[in-house]
Design a protein. Structure first.
Length: 379
């Protein structure tokens, strides 16, 4: 078959990168394909499988072997040219004899040291900016760390058509259907951490693990300023693949913490504001611990608190075709009183699609939208 468009092959690289979602942090997921420029055949594909494992380019080139000489390489993110956990990819590209390199976006990490410029200086034809929007979304957790110095924060909620996540008694099982539930677990498998508050733990006694799809468990983070939860709850059952962090105030006495430490639960002491966890301080601590993505699955108060602090980047809302009609029902975002509609948080690039019996809304706050529109497409 003849050589297809650059977009065609970058989309193939993006698809390959998806296999590494949730496994590469703090590195970004990256995909690469090696293409025969004469026939258009994809010779080999590669993706970054895990932190410390070979990068996508090296995996694809190793599979291609001698056929890589004179071939084109399509990769989602600019190849690195520094020594880290693995040798520089630019070195492998030059040794393999690749003729042309096409990338989705530049790597904004200062230590990446302009891999495309180095390749260009060595006589390799380079191009960047192909399917850049799709690649930025793929690598948004990494971009958030490098460009803003904070994790990417997703809020996921399930609600009725009239905006309730539970009736006044607290009962919420189940508002959304099976496909929406499976989608929630897919998100869990992709992020570094999931965050809920004390009320969610008390109401549901959840495990907060990944169960309905194949994938890793997220780091489970529980916000409980005074440590009033029972250490025997399910979420505090810790094992090698199930870590839990309890976030509390700085003044909590050691005797309250000891039962959790004995179970293997990690403790973060964070400053309080008006008796509540200082979310900005919590987010700073999370980044220091190499947590690049956070899924907020708590109730209306916790989601509202993240909204109030301007810490939300991305929103998923599963909307069930039901009207609860409970005047005292629990709303999905209980942030603050507003005087005018102009104070509302606007969402951008929003979409809605059918998801089983439900509808899935997806959108970005101004903060998230701004990051995804950072120019990373020029040499």
């Amino acid at each position: 078959m003849p050589l297809k468009s650059d977009e065609f092959y970058i989309l193939k690289a993006i698809k390959a990168a998806h296999k590494g979602l949730g496994k590469t942090s703090p590195n970004p997921p990256v995909g690469a394909v090696v293409v025969d420029p004469q026939s258009g055949e994809i010779i080999a594909k590669g993706y970054h499988r895990a932190y410390g494992k070979p990068h996508a380019e090296r995996e694809a080139l190793a599979k291609a072997g001698k056929r890589a000489r004179g071939a084109f390489l399509y990769v989602t993110l600019e190849p690195c040219c520094h020594y880290g956990k693995t040798p520089p990819c630019t070195e492998a590209i030059l040794e393999a004899g690749i003729k042309r390199v096409v990338c989705g976006i530049r790597d904004p990490n200062p230590i990446a040291c302009n891999g495309l410029n180095l390749l260009k200086e060595k006589g390799v034809d380079v191009k960047v900016g192909v399917c850049s929007s799709e690649v930025k979304y793929l690598t948004r957790f990494f971009l958030s760390k490098i460009l803003r110095g904070r994790p990417w924060i997703i809020v996921k909620s399930a609600q009725s058509l009239d905006g309730r996540i539970a009736v006044s008694s607290g009962d919420s099982k189940w508002i959304s259907g099976e496909k929406a539930l499976k989608f929630s677990h897919k998100l869990r498998a992709q992020v570094d951490a999931i965050v809920v508050g004390k009320k969610t733990v008390l109401a549901d006694n959840p495990e907060l693990t990944t169960r309905f799809v194949k994938g890793k468990n997220p780091l489970r983070i529980i916000l409980d300023s005074k440590v009033s939860l029972d250490p025997d709850l399910k979420v505090f059952e810790v094992s090698r693949d199930k870590r839990t962090i309890l976030v509390c105030g700085e003044e909590v006495p050691e005797e309250k913490i000891q039962p959790f430490l004995k179970r293997g639960v990690e403790i973060w002491k964070i400053p309080l504001i008006e008796g509540k966890i200082n979310l900005k301080a919590f987010v700073e601590k999370a980044l220091k611990e190499n947590i690049l993505s956070i899924l907020v699955e708590g109730g209306g108060n916790l989601q509202g608190a993240f909204l109030r602090e301007g810490l939300i980047d991305e929103v998923f809302v599963a909307i069930a075709p039901m009207l609860i009609g409970d005047s005292e029902g629990i709303f999905s975002f209980s942030a603050r009183p507003l005087k005018t509609l102009s104070q509302a948080t606007k969402l951008y690039n929003s979409t809605i699609k059918k998801l089983g019996k439900d509808f899935l809304f997806h959108g970005f706050t101004q903060e998230g939208y701004k990051l995804l529109n950072t120019p990373l497409e020029s040499l």
